[in-house]
Design a protein around this ligand. Sequence first.
Ligand SMILES: [Zn+2]
Length: 275
Amino acid sequence: MATLLFGTAGIPQSTWPQETGEGIRRVAALGLDCMEIEFVHGVYLDEANAKAMAGIARNNKVKLSVHAPYFLNFNARELPKLHSSQGTLHKAARIARLCGAESVVFHPGFYLGNPPGQVYETIKTSLEGVLDKLKSDDNPITLRPESSGKPTQFGTIDEITRLSLDLPNIAPCIDLAHWHARGGGNNSYEECSGLLAGLKKDLGEAALKEMHIHLSGIEYGKNGEKKHLPLRSSDLEYEQLLRALKEHGAGGTLICESPNREEDALLLKETYQKM
Ligand SMILES: [Zn+2]
């Protein structure tokens, strides 16, 4: 049976001092399994620190992943912006690899009013440039475009599935809160089962066993995602979603992005284990 690991987006709030290495130890002490290092405002670890994190993670049996900076846009109109997005993702992937991470999550970009089909091709070509560099670095890390929570933001489930099929070393990051926030549906056992069956059909059984999932409570409106909320303050039917994950044998990593990150990560893990 596939194993699903549960952990926090970033250093647990109850960590003191608020440092990455202490955060990894805190994740283990809490009884959680994994942590996503949040490079969302910049790649803040240098090579030596990244290697140190790999050691701490190994010793504490915590699986690490990385979230790349928010400011990437692989559909940027200006060439310097596009090149800086490529450079930043490449750097995040290099440091992630030194941390022992197997996945880098990133937000691919915005439509900026362009037709989705054209944006798809632009983003695909931009990512090929990054993948070429990673190949020449011998860096086998998986880049994970995240499903987006806003209709203006590239990243429907179909788009990221297609990228995963068209390019090597690309796999989805399925953000179930974002999926729900794009219209308020997608919040039941049946809908989540449909999603998982679709992923299995398109990407194969192995992809279902090596998923990367984001989950949190979420506030949304007609323009989609507004902000993350604690699970119990939101309308997210997390028990139904977890039941679908369990019954479909989904494995991999589930990262909780709620504001009360470790509390909700533990709630999710305990709920899942009791099923
Ligand atoms: Zn994200």
